[in-house]
Design a protein. Structure first.
Lengths: 344, 302
């Protein structure tokens, strides 16, 4: 009995001591990722090295929602797709509320989404080699195959892939009779060479699939046809920004510098990402980060910038998502602009 | 504990739970009011439409659970019901089926869904099936893996764990020498074990009926898991050329989307969904119990 009592007291002392220790620590800024560690967050890993920011990076996952985490105060900043940020604003608009969400940085100046096709499926559809085709001609060939029914377009549905698909197919004047196949999130289906194109993050899955298949998968990039929407953005809550404007401004400056550092020191970035992201070799990882940088520095030399004009990229992103049925018809650019805090 | 005290304890637990939710979410002014059953009235037409799809799918899933659970249960149990009269390999078949089905039940359902969705899509692509087949396969999986296992389990264990007196009793029902004619042999080898299984399952009829009602609870749960894992699941039936129709998400995905976008501000709508599911579940289980009483249980009541 005495032993039990002393164990209990020891445990209590540890708990109280631990709580005391936590209280003595300076508060850290929690940065919530929207997915498991991967090269998409190379800039954020670099940002976390700046000890003056006191930043803790928290990994995401299938059941972690950065918008909910930020709004509930369980995280201070988070990475989400621009579509998720705008949908959250739209939900608040529909509920007649002022949104408490703010976007402070655009990580990806273009959507990272594209479609892939197994080389065997391409051969079956009549394309043995892509050597003589430009990326634009390759896209043209793809849409001709959608039109004649040889290939079917896959879509993850409800994500940014849907908005991009709608804009892309409009551009190619594809018939409404061509229906999309709702595919899940498991890209391994591509390995069985289905006659379906599969939507992917172009900086990750194509490299993994190519390594697995042993030959390059065919990549179709909508940005080649000038279908460009914003990709990942960094969000915070109005409350956090109002109370800690200097922290948010420091993160904006830091993230801008971090992405530039990744570009200048690719080897260092490979080492940092490799510490948390397993399963691919350094060469594949280098190519993945290189591709990620394409999205960050797309048509700009300055990471994080926001085009807020009537014909700017935010306007195009809003329009694209409205066309796809992801945003309600009442949602306007003004609502979006009111929730933006662009870097200075 | 007497019933009055028990009710009081339950009430106290309920209030404490609601209070703690209120306290933890730091939204004390109206959260408690928001999550009460009247939150169902806050669901709009689109939400009710998506709920209707979920409810329809869960009823279909339950029918598959019932049909396939009984079929596999009776066939597997038939191989072990007359151990003394059959070769030993005969019995192994039933035991292997039991182990495999147990394994399917134990594997996290999300993994089973992910795997079978990929398989269903491969089948759709290779064999040129109708896209609705993918949805049907997933609804069958929702019914059979969780609810179906419960029904299978109740039949199989009614046989393997049968009391000695029940065994003697059911065997005596089919006593006689039927082995002379071809029909008699057929009866002996195929039909009789199945009839013995049915009679032994009757001896544990309460366990079987519980499994049937539990199968419905699990069918709703399984369908909602399928909906949350596979985006816009009902688009496999109602195909689109691109534009999203939110009602094709199903309740599982709809709740998931609301959670992803709204933090704690959406508690009323989520509560509305949960209450709607609970009310529907209660109604259908009530109907199932009436059916079970009419078919089986009335023969065993006083």
């Amino acid at each position: 009995m005495r032993a039990l009592l002393s164990s209990f007291l020891c445990a209590m002392a540890l708990v109280i001591g631990g709580a005391g220790c936590r209280q003595n620590n300076a508060p850290r800024t929690l940065f919530q990722l929207n997915w498991l560690h991967d090269p998409t967050f190379a800039g954020e890993y670099s940002l976390a090295l700046d000890s003056t920011l006191g930043l803790s990076i928290r990994e995401g996952g299938p059941n972690i929602f950065p918008v909910a985490e930020v709004l509930a105060g369980r995280a201070n900043l988070g990475v989400v797709g621009a579509d998720i940020f705008l949908q959250a604003l739209d939900k608040d608009l529909q509920a007649g509320k002022q949104s408490n969400l703010r976007c402070v940085f655009v990580d990806f100046q273009r959507n990272p989404v594209g479609w892939v096709l197994h080389p065997d499926a391409a051969a079956k559809a009549g394309l043995e080699s892509t050597n003589n085709l430009t990326p634009a001609e390759l896209n043209q060939w793809l849409f001709s195959k959608f039109a004649d029914g040889t290939l079917k377009p896959g879509d993850k549905r409800g994500t940014e892939t849907t908005a991009i698909w709608i804009k892309w197919k409009k551009m190619h004047a594809l018939s409404e009779d061509v229906k999309v196949v709702p595919v899940g999130f498991d890209a391994s289906i591509v390995l069985s060479a289905p006659m379906i194109t599969f939507p992917v993050y172009l900086n990750e899955e194509p490299f993994k699939l190519t390594e697995k298949i042993g030959r390059p998968v065919l990549v179709f990039d909508p940005a080649v046809d000038e279908v460009v929407l914003y990709g990942n953005v960094v969000i915070t809550s109005k409350e956090f920004f109002d109370k800690n404007p200097s922290v948010v401004r420091a993160v904006q400056r830091g993230l801008r510098k971090a992405w530039t550092d990744v570009k200048l020191d690719l080897d260092g970035a490979v080492a940092r990402v490799a510490a948390v992201y397993k399963g691919v070799g350094p060469e594949v990882l280098r190519r993945q980060i290189d591709k990620t940088l394409e999205f960050v520095f797309f048509e700009t030399q300055t990471p994080g910038v926001m085009e807020m004009g009537e014909s700017g990229r935010w306007a195009k992103t809003v329009e694209g998502l409205k066309d796809a049925g992801i945003l309600s018809s009442g949602f306007g650019l003004k609502t979006c602009i009111a929730s933006l805090v662009p870097p200075e | 504990m007497n019933d009055k005290l028990k009710n009081f304890v339950w009430l106290a637990v309920g209030v404490a739970l609601m209070w703690s939710v209120d306290f933890l979410l730091k939204n004390p002014e109206n959260l408690l009011w928001q999550i009460l059953p009247q939150s169902v009235l806050k669901l709009n037409g689109e939400m009710l439409c998506t709920l209707a799809l979920t409810f329809g799918a869960s009823i279909i899933a339950w029918f598959f659970a019932l049909g396939i659970g009984i079929l596999i249960g009776v066939v597997a149990a038939a191989t072990v019901v007359e151990r003394d009269m059959r070769p030993s390999w005969w019995e192994k078949i039933g035991n292997i089926v039991n182990k495999v089905y147990d394994g399917l039940y134990v594997i996290p359902f999300v993994l089973t869904v992910g795997f079978t969705y990929v398989l269903a899509q491969k089948a759709y692509d290779k064999w040129g099936l109708h896209s609705a087949t993918v949805a049907l396969i997933m609804i069958v999986v929702s019914g059979v893996v969780l609810g179906g296992w419960n029904i299978f389990h109740s039949i199989f264990y009614a046989v393997t764990n049968a009391k000695q007196e029940n065994r003697f009793l059911v065997r005596s029902l089919f006593y006689g020498d039927e082995r002379r004619s071809i029909l008699g042999r057929w009866f002996m080898w195929v039909l009789r074990p199945m009839l013995l299984v049915r009679r032994l399952a009757d001896c544990e009829i309460n366990s079987f009926c519980e499994a049937v009602t539990r199968a419905f609870h699990l069918s709703i749960v399984a369908v909602m898991i399928v909906e949350s894992v596979t985006p816009y699941f009902y688009e496999n039936i109602f195909r689109s050329s691109g534009k999203i129709h939110a009602w094709t998400a199903g309740a599982g995905r709809y709740i998931f989307n609301i959670q992803a976008l709204s933090g704690v501000n959406s508690s009323q709508v989520i509560a509305g969904f949960i209450w709607a599911v609970l009310i529907f579940d209660m109604l259908v289980v009530g109907l199932i119990q009436i059916g079970l009483n009419r078919i089986w249980l009335r023969h065993y009541s006083k």
